[in-house]
Design a protein around this ligand. Structure first.
Ligand SMILES: [Zn+2]
Length: 225
């Protein structure tokens, strides 16, 4: 079975896990699975190529950013989170922050100026579930609290550096549920608060770059605090 056939079959299985119907599809052919993907894509305004890529899986997950947006009283618009550090050798996830603005609190955990850019993490936005799923790990380690969320594709979303936890292992959560209060990596003393976010892919079974996922994810609703 080639990769796209495996992905199409996983998409059908994910659909069944999410909607609980179509059990007969488990016995369908690769061609039928590809047809099912194409039909789903057509119905939801996606490119109907029958290839279950990131965009198609992100759609069935209704994937959103794992950090809430922020209705900042000091600027006339909503501030959305940004990626402040990418997935590179030695750093197996994305760091998520906000763009730093002149009025931001300049304490070391709230503001940082690096490589000619200002980053901030204002008070208010929480770490939230990027999709529906089940909590598979929730504990404190030396890098702070972590929370792993398993989704219907068999993938896991990994959230690190929380300063507390709002969920327990085995708990079913809906997209947008509060997972953790954001924090910093306590190994280095007070430093910029950020979410370290990664994905364990069901095919690779190892951490993969979530960048293609975050690029198609919708922004979480803004909090006003
Ligand atoms: Zn990181």
């Amino acid at each position: 079975m080639n990769l796209w056939d495996r992905r199409a079959r996983l998409f059908v299985e994910s659909w069944i896990r999410k909607f609980g119907k179509l059990t007969q599809f488990l016995y369908f052919s690769d061609r039928k699975c590809r047809e099912f993907v194409r039909q789903y894509q057509r119905e939801h305004g996606l490119v109907a190529d029958g290839l279950a890529g990131v965009r198609t899986f992100a759609h069935i997950l209704d994937l959103h950013w794992p950090v809430e947006s922020y209705h900042d009283p000091a600027v006339p618009d909503v501030r959305h989170p940004i990626v402040s550090r990418g997935f590179v050798p030695g750093h197996d996830g994305l760091d998520i922050d906000f763009e730093g603005l002149p009025h931001d609190d300049k304490s070391p955990e709230r503001y940082s100026y690096e490589g000619g850019r200002a980053y901030a993490f204002p008070e208010g936005p929480m770490i939230v579930a990027p999709c529906d799923g089940v909590i598979t790990a929730a504990k404190r380690i030396r890098t702070g609290y972590l929370c792993y969320l398993g989704d219907v594709t068999g993938g896991k979303w990994l959230h690190f550096h929380g300063s507390d936890l709002r969920v327990k292992v085995g708990q079913h959560v809906s997209r947008g549920a509060e997972l953790m209060t954001p924090g910093y990596d306590p190994r280095w003393g007070p430093n910029l608060i950020h979410l370290h976010w990664s994905r364990v892919d069901p095919f690779a079974k190892s951490r993969v770059d979530p960048r293609p996922w975050i690029e198609v994810a919708k922004f979480a609703p803004a909090v006003v605090r």
